[in-house]
Design a protein around this ligand. Sequence first.
Ligand code: FE2
Length: 426
Amino acid sequence: MTGESQIGEDIKPLDPNSVASVVRYGSLRHTLSHEATGYSLVYNQLYPFQGLQNYTSGIIHHVRLTGLEPGAQYYYQCGDPSIPAMSAVHAFKTMPISSPQSYPNRIAIVGDLGLTYNTTSTIDHMSSNEPDLIVLVGDVTYANLYLTNGTGSDCYSCSFPQTPIHETYQPRWDYWGRFMEPVVSTIPLMVVEGNHEIEEQAEHKTFLSYSSRFAFPSVESGSFSTFYYSFNAGGIHFIMLGAYISYYKQGEQYKWLERDLASVDRTVTPWLIATWHPPWYSTYKAHYREAECMRVEMEELLYSYGVDVVFNGHVHAYERSNRVYNFSLDSCAPLHIMVGDGGNREKMAIKHADDPGECPDPLTTPDEYMGGFCAFNFTTGPAAGKFCWDRQPDFSAYRESSFGHGILEVKSCFHNLNSLWFSYLL
Ligand SMILES: [Fe+2]
């Protein structure tokens, strides 16, 4: 990013073409023999009424490097050599080749980060584990927990009851980017959207900061969308799904998911991992069964292709399921792991829906951005006829209310068999 963002009533967007987008790179620190040119953009966050401060971003540069070797280290610097203004030299490592025998050493899974003391603790601990890849499962900066005058709030739903459009303080994105630069300048980060990235503004535009600031392999994975895509990390195929756009069977995302799943060659990428923001199998009271319509629509497809693990965020706690399909234990079904506790300023989720007196009214559970009502009473099992269990459900293996992050590893066992290891770390 170059130039300064502006916030106020009289903002003038910068000219994105006023600075070139160039990356010089190579395998030797002092010989950056390759050069790639990209494109640049600015985005605005505008409100259709008086009294709020509009925002226009600095110039955001995107440059795509092609022809990189797998599993190799590259050095790079970015900027505009004609000014001249180039960054310091950074280094990153590409993902290993897609093969059942090659994997990143460690993959960090983190969600619901924000920018608080808990965030810095999480990112410090995560960095000390030296991951080769970071997967961010949505809710990035929580800029929409701040008014345009920068005043913060701890409660999304109760703080802005009167405004026709929810305010956001977009400089939080700039702060977050500066905070994360030492990490993301050296470690690849893949992100999928959460509800805090919706950030509705004038003309009902949404997700503008999210879609402008991050890069997505959308074309490469045939989705052509910033909201859902897939990629390989060695022998793992990751599928990133959007929960706040159409997930219905007749929609583009579902059709793309069918195509993507059908194209996965498990002899090349034996592990299949799916990721989206709001969990299907959280037992916490907060957001309880909120994503039920998405589960009803998509679960069978993911199950039929043998997805191994699902990662989610959204609920501010940790929970790991047993293998579960349609709320029943099933040894062929995915594990669901929720790490929605990176450190944001909202409250930690503590109460469970199965705690005495804590089962929510079903009609309060849908999310306005996620479609209709699908969370009916259970029809089978110990909770048949009820909306909540009266004890920790058998599909819930472990749950803990704390801030932390996950580390995923593929470890080789005897006879070339690999196994997936997941650690939850505070
Ligand atoms: Fe969320």
